[in-house]
Design a protein around this ligand. Sequence first.
Ligand SMILES: CC(C)(COP(=O)(O)OP(=O)(O)OC[C@H]1O[C@@H](n2cnc3c(N)ncnc32)[C@H](O)[C@@H]1OP(=O)(O)O)[C@@H](O)C(=O)NCCC(=O)NCCS
Length: 162
Amino acid sequence: MITPLIIIKNLDFVMRGGIIECMMTIKIIDVYDTDDLKMFLDNCGVSLQTFSYFDKRSFDVLNDHVLTLLIFDNDKPVGYGHLDKEGDVIWLGICVSEQSLNKGYGGIIMRELLSYADDNNLDIQLSVMKNNIVAYNLYKKFDFKQFKEDSDNVFLKRPCSV
Ligand SMILES: CC(C)(COP(=O)(O)OP(=O)(O)OC[C@H]1O[C@@H](n2cnc3c(N)ncnc32)[C@H](O)[C@@H]1OP(=O)(O)O)[C@@H](O)C(=O)NCCC(=O)NCCS
């Protein structure tokens, strides 16, 4: 059985370089709580060029997720992550808004998603476009291994580590 997550984390967070202090919050959201998700997508900028998950899906797809996270810089949603169950496979998705790239949010979201996966004994898969080197590097850093590819994408997986 998958552990229900009810935690909302508030962390005092010092941005890389220690110059800007902000309150970082990670929230678990569901299909009844999508205003912040809409705000995130509306302000995502170029990051949506390589995160097309919501291009052809309505927010109802959150009903299929075992976990959906938003990360906030003060009140502003700046990052998103999910674990989406499709049949027997759990797919990981992640996106950080253009203005918040390279500040460590992607790594924080990955740690939260993979900690949940390990706690619940879930193997995770994902696909990434071959030219998306930044995301590919991030996934390799978190021990994902390539297991197949097609003309545009590579497919990576990470067995539960417990
Ligand atoms: C991939 C993504 C989530 C990374 O988020 P981020 O907050 O910018 O990443 P972080 O600052 O936490 O960095 C984590 C790791 O990502 C990789 N990375 C980040 N920026 C990078 C860059 N400019 N060049 C190469 N690798 C980079 C590195 O491995 C880095 O680890 P390191 O700091 O130890 O070197 C972000 O680039 C993004 O949202 N891109 C657009 C949407 C997208 O492509 N989603 C994935 C679809 S498969």
